[in-house]
Design a protein around this ligand. Sequence first.
Ligand code: XMP
Length: 324
Amino acid sequence: DWTMATFRQEAIARIREQVGTGKVLCGLSGGVDSAVAAVLIHEAIGDQLTCVFVDHGLLRLGEAERVVQLFRDAYNIPLVHVEAQDLFLKELSGVTDPEAKRKTIGRLFIDVFEAEARKLAAQDGKPVEFLAQGTLYPDVIESVSLTGGPSVTIKSHHNVGGLPERMNMKLVEPLRDLFKDEVRKLGRELGMPEIFVGRHPFPGPGLAIRCPGEITAEKLDILRHADAVYLEEIRRAGLYDDIWQAFAVLLPVRTVGVMGDGRTYDYVLALRAVTSVDGMTADFYPFDMGFLGRVATRIINEVKGINRVTYDVTSKPPGTIEWE
Ligand code: XMP
């Protein structure tokens, strides 16, 4: 792609110019944006870049392993894998409000990051001057206003806001002018594997905002398992690339069911899938009923703790893509 080849060269020149010989820290979320930003920056400045992957225990099944493998093994990019699952779960216990979840997660990210930046600075006594983020154009505008009217914050999309000021760091945001489809093109231009580049967006707060109400380790396990079955069926049906985002939401509601000749009283799972070009508006995906029925049967048979499955047919607006 000619445009992306040019963008790549220009972005690399801009990064070198901004960073000079300074050290850069980049937070990997497991998503496409931060991964593409990291690979681009690594191409520009090599091992002046260190990536930090904070594993908050709110990722999908097998995601953490995939991220670590891609960066360490495929790209040989220095990567610190921080296992912070227990910390996040402990601090999130009793937190039920969606924005409170985001704030708690954002604050912990900053704490963990700050500690890693200090360690990195201590290695040779040189401070980390730059923080890299995979901020996209829609991130920049959506946190400003979604209604076009007076500025209302619908959801506070944290990247690592707050850290730069506290640590006296400057931001490196090479994707700030791009939309998601352009980031994917750039990722392909950089030779990143399709399985990574073509992946659906995944929110920073992860499964915490797909578990309305209180988050527990047990609920997260149930959700991870059900979500994996749902995505496996979507891939198997060849629908993955037609969908912008698909995921499961574990509702804090139990309903009565019957299994064999016994009564069950288990959680309800909601399935969500939408089409979109940039996440700002979205339509629910029109699966056929046969597909939905198959997914529901598999989930109820295979995932202990769920006895009812529903499909969300709300578009955005008036709904948002995530439930929280
Ligand atoms: P909504 O739910 O606002 O989602 O329609 C639009 C897009 O943003 C993602 N999203 C988030 N991403 N931090 C993120 O990094 C967040 O707090 C957050 N909330 C929503 C969502 O997955 C969708 O792609």
